[in-house]
Design a protein around this ligand. Structure first.
Ligand SMILES: O=C(O)CCC(=O)C(=O)O
Ligand SMILES: [Fe+2]
Length: 294
């Protein structure tokens, strides 16, 4: 690595309620990695060591803005048609203080708008798959497809934050051994510390399966952890984290529009292709999520 990772950001000692909060909510200062055509040895070293990486300005800000506008168009269309699930995957609704509706989580976004379809066609995703996830494919019509999350902090929001979890848990619900699963996230809006955002426990991608299952209570545990780091991003940045890494989405400090954070995750799939369709049943996983309030 050119530069070692260092920490920055004020811990919020004055608001600490749990012992972990004294040290929590620090930003990890990383090198400004860029993803051009190829992943470099330096990228791989960082990713393998910490379990995540961030690429600055993967797309220019204008493209992120166009994606945000596309999200608005999809939302308006879904609201107009009174849709509450897509291919068996429930939409998570929300209401702004002025009563206007939106969705906290929209699956299969690339099947609904050209701008999201175009995003998935970026050749650099082929490079990420070739190096980090050989044998995987972009499953636009599988599982949840391209998911767009819109986290907001207001009384009408259901998707304000996410408790601690590992994404590989999903494999267990599909009765598969947790694999190295990549989560490739794109920031549609800026995600500084104030809008909450991604918090990770670095290096936990190397843990054993019991620890992946029981280190924390999946989704219910929302407490800051003294060993967590915030991965701050700007609109246009790309992050990759290993599916076995413990992470959460922190609650924004602001409210309403000031708290909005939009991020989308690539649908990386392996194994037999099971395409979703209008008659697809809701997976058990979502019933479980509903039980814990999402
Ligand atoms: O907010 C984020 O960036 C992470 C979201 C997440 O972990 C998930 O949807 O599984
Ligand atoms: Fe996750």
């Amino acid at each position: 690595m050119q530069e070692s990772a260092t920490i920055s950001g004020a811990s919020q000692a004055n608001e600490a309620k749990h012992p972990g909060e004294l040290r929590a909510n620090r930003a990890l200062k990383m090198p400004d990695f860029r993803l051009e055509e190829r992943l470099t040895a330096e990228h791989l070293d960082f990713f393998e060591t910490y379990g995540f990486i961030r690429f600055k300005r993967f797309l220019p800000r204008e493209r992120a803005k166009a994606l945000h506008e596309a999200l608005g168009e999809i939302t308006a269309e879904l609201v107009k048609r009174g849709v509450n699930e897509i291919n068996g995957v429930p939409l998570i609704g929300g209401k702004r203080d002025d009563g206007t509706p939106y969705f906290g989580r929209i699956p299969f976004a690339s099947l609904q708008h050209e701008e999201f379809r175009r995003y998935l066609r970026d050749p650099r995703f082929d490079e990420i798959i070739r190096v980090l996830a050989p044998g995987y494919r972009i499953g636009e019509e599988e599982r949840d497809g391209l998911v767009v999350n819109r986290f907001r902090n207001e009384p009408g929001a259901k998707y304000k934050n996410l408790g601690w979890h590992t994404d590989s848990l999903r494999d267990l619900f599909y009765l598969e051994r947790p694999r190295r699963y990549l989560n490739v996230g794109f920031s549609i809006t800026d995600s500084p510390m104030a809008v909450g955002g991604l918090r990770v426990l670095p290096c936990t991608h190397n843990q054993c399966i019991p620890s992946m299952l029981f280190h924390k209570t999946h989704f219910l545990d929302m407490n800051p952890d003294e060993n967590e780091f915030a991965v701050e991003t700007e609109a246009g940045d790309l992050t990759i984290h290993d599916g076995r890494l413990w992470h959460r989405t922190a609650l924004a400090q602001g409210h309403g529009d000031a708290s909005e954070r939009c991020v989308m995750y690539l649908p990386l799939m392996t194994g037999p292709v099971v395409k979703k369709h209008e008659g697809s049943r809701t997976p058990f996983y979502f019933h479980l999520k509903k039980l814990v309030g999402y």
